[in-house]
Structures are given as structure tokens and as C-alpha cells.
Design a protein around this ligand. Sequence first.
Ligand code: UD1
Ligand code: CA
Length: 466
Amino acid sequence: MTSDPLTEQPPETAGLAAVVLAAGMGTRMKSHLPKVLHPLVGVPLVGHVLRALAPLAPTQTVLVVGHGGEQVQEALGPAYIYVTQAPQLGTGHAVLHARAALADHAGPVLVLYGDTPLLRPTTLSALRARHAQRSGTHVTLLTGLAPDPTGYGRILRDAAGRMTAIVEERVASPAERAIQEINSGLYCFDGPWLWSRLAALPIHPGANEYYLTDLIAVAIAEDPDSVETLALSDMDEMAGINNRVQLAEAGGVLRDRIRRHWMLEGVTLLDPATTYIDADVTLGRDTTLYPGCYLEGRTAVGSNCRLGPSARLVNATVGDGCTVGMSLLESCIVEAGVDIGSFNHLRPGAYLSSGVHLGNFAEVKNSHLGPDVAMGHFSYLGDSDVGAGTNIGAGTITVNLGADGHKHRTTIGAGAFIGCDSLLIAPVTVGPGAMTGAGAVVNHDVAADTLVVGMPARPIRRRTPS
Ligand code: UD1
Ligand code: CA
């Protein structure tokens, strides 16, 4: 490697490229879903690896996909270069598929396995920095000391402590299996060296696959000083997920990180152990989460809210100063100062303006509730627009599915009063200030400031304007 004449540093101008392996079968997951798409805290396994990589701003990131490749591509989007490895003949074979995409890349290449979701950006930066320390390094790999190294490749070293090879568990002797230093599957390669040696990698003896790990022995044979290791003392970040036990363990670590983050940001968690917060959730200061809260997807909760016990929010947006009891909120928007009691269900498209009150057993779907609407007991509003300050009596139901099989809208004006057990048969409009009597079946529009009763509801008199 030549030096930059001005800085006398190795040229880093070529930038960093990355290859993420995500083609494997994931046989040990025993799943129809590709292993790398199994979600943890709302993000697919491989998504965690890509998030750890993002701050290093690689010039190109190549994803090697295969098993369920189209699904993987759909889940991760167009920001990456996808190459397909089929059949999947091992990690060495997988990396080779990225060669054409990175042939012109002169800088270092990070090779990451897509099943290491606990990885942090700082660790990748450290790996890259260690690799850049000495020119002539062909590969730097991250190793860890595993309390239980089962399933990992073990790092073999000579008496002087210099690495000699990686031995995979399947072929390791009992003495080698006792070694606790493991291969994390995270490497920084010199790009041109990697591409020139990879094609010549032989099939691993006894396996029908090409092992990327065998490339380490190739480098050592060329020059023992061309292989560097960066050893981390704890395994946390390097855990490779091969089965659902490990998936659950990694989930526990990630949830713990997220909970600590939000507590340090000023959110009170009364019982962190029973509080589940996905990676993309945001929370405002002085919000309190009672036990058993599940905040999922892109949920955003403002400050000074009180959630739970046992509230579940999925892709919900909740403004400041709201209270949510034991309720389920999905893909909905709740403005500031809304009070939601227990056993309510906000379904996709529900919009609750500030000051709305839901008592219990209210279901709201694809409906806009204006400011200060009160819906105290046992009601369903679907495909509706409700004006400010309207009261929805107990047992009110919008009959939004017509005999024609289509959903129709219900419009209720501001300041209306819907009596208990009213059925509003859509499409229908109840004017502002109107009132329905208990048990009314409303199948015709109701004029403003009019009281209707009966089945079907018929006008009986004008209301005095409020
Ligand atoms: C691998 C390493 C092992 C290391 C461990 C760390 C090899 C031979 N072994 O073992 O030394 O300790 O990871 O977690 O590399 N993949 C492909 N195409 C393939 C095969 C695998 O893309 O043909 C991908 C998988 O999707 C996965 C990653 O490569 O994301 C690792 O494969 P996996 O089968 O999990 O390797 P391990 O047996 O865990
Ligand atoms: Ca693995």
C-alpha cells in the first residue's frame, strides 16, 4: 500500500465498502421465514447489522441474499446493492458474489454476517481503525471470549500468541473445542487482497462448502503478520443468532439497552422487566410507563403521558399529556390531552383530537373525532367524522358496512348528542346540535338541531339551539 504524500497516511480516500451475508438457509431456526428477517425489537435481524454499519458511511454496501432473497430485498429497501447467491455454498462462496460489485473498490472491505444483531457502531469503527493501523494487513478480525463458545469457530494461536487458524466446531478436536476465544464473523479485509484470493479458496475438507474462515489460514501462510485480531472481552456484541433460543436472548439484550436509553432520557418505567419498547419508538420526558406496556413499531409518545398498566401501542402517535389505560392503539393519531380508559381499541386511521375522552370498550376505526368528543361506554365508530364537543352515548354503533358490501361514512356534526344504543346506518349525516333518542335507528340524514327517535328514527320536534 502506498502512502498519501501529504499526510503520509495509508490512503483512506478509497473509503470503506461493506458486504453483509444474508443468504443462508437458517436451518436451525426451523422457520419458513428467512433467518435474517426474524424480528427483534421491531427490526429484522439483518437490519440491526445495517444500522450498526450506517454511521461508518460505507460508499457501497452489498447484501448477499439467497434463501428468501426477494423477501429480504423487500424488507430492506433500495439503499443497498443486492446480489443473489444460489445455491448457498458457504460464507466464502457468499462473499465471492460481491466481488463484481466491488471490483473497482480499492479500500478496505468490511465483511459482516447478517445474524449478529447486537453489534454496535463503535465496535465496527474500532475494527476498521485497527485494520488501518498497519499497512500490509490483509485481514483484521474481531474475536471474543465466549463463556459458552458452542457453535462458533475457535481461534487457534501458537505459543507466542499469534493466530494460526480458525477451526470450525464441527471439525474441532475436544482440546480445540475447549478454547473460548471465538470468531465473531466480523472482518475488515484489504479489498484487492480479498478479491484476488477468494476465487482460489478450496472447498472445506469434509464439508460441501467454501468457508470464509479458511481465508485466514491463507493470509497467515503468505505472511503471519498480515492477520490482525481485535479481541473484545465480552461476547455481548458478537452473538450470532442461529436458533430461537439465541434469538430470545438477543432480544433481551436489545430491550434492556432500549429501556436504559429511555430511562436516562427522562422516562419513568415502573417495571422495566415487563416493559417492551421497540427500536424505533420515541418517548417524551416525564412520561410514565406502568407495568406491561408494549410500544411497538414507529410509535411516538409525547411528554407527561401515563400509559398502562398493560397498554399496547403499535405504530401509534400520542401527543403530550395523554392518559392511556389497558387499551390497544394501532396506526392511529392521538392529539395532546386525550384521556383513554381501559379496554378501548383504536384501529388504523383513528384520529382523536385534543381533549377527547374514551371511557371503556370504545372501538374507533378510520374515523376523525373532533376536540373534546366524549365516548364513554361500549361504542363503535367506523368510517366517521365527528364534530367538536359531541357526545357519543353508550352503545352507539355506526353501521358502516352496507348491504352492497361497501363501507360508508357517517358524519356527525359538532355539539350533537347521540343517545344510548343509537344505530347510525351509513351513509348518513347527523347535523350539528342534533340529538338521537335512546335506541334510535337512524337511516336518514338528521337536520341540524333536530331530535329524532324511534326505529327507523323519525323527526318529532325541533330542538332549541344550544
Ligand atoms: C460462522 C463462522 C464461524 C463464526 C460464526 C460467528 C464460517 C464458516 N463460520 O458460523 O467461524 O464463529 O459464524 O457467528 O464462516 N451465509 C450466506 N451464504 C452461505 C452461508 C451463510 O450468506 O452460503 C450467511 C448466513 O445467512 C449468515 C452468515 O452467513 O448470516 C453466517 O452463516 P452461519 O451459517 O450462521 O455460520 P455459523 O455456522 O454461525
Ligand atoms: Ca451464525
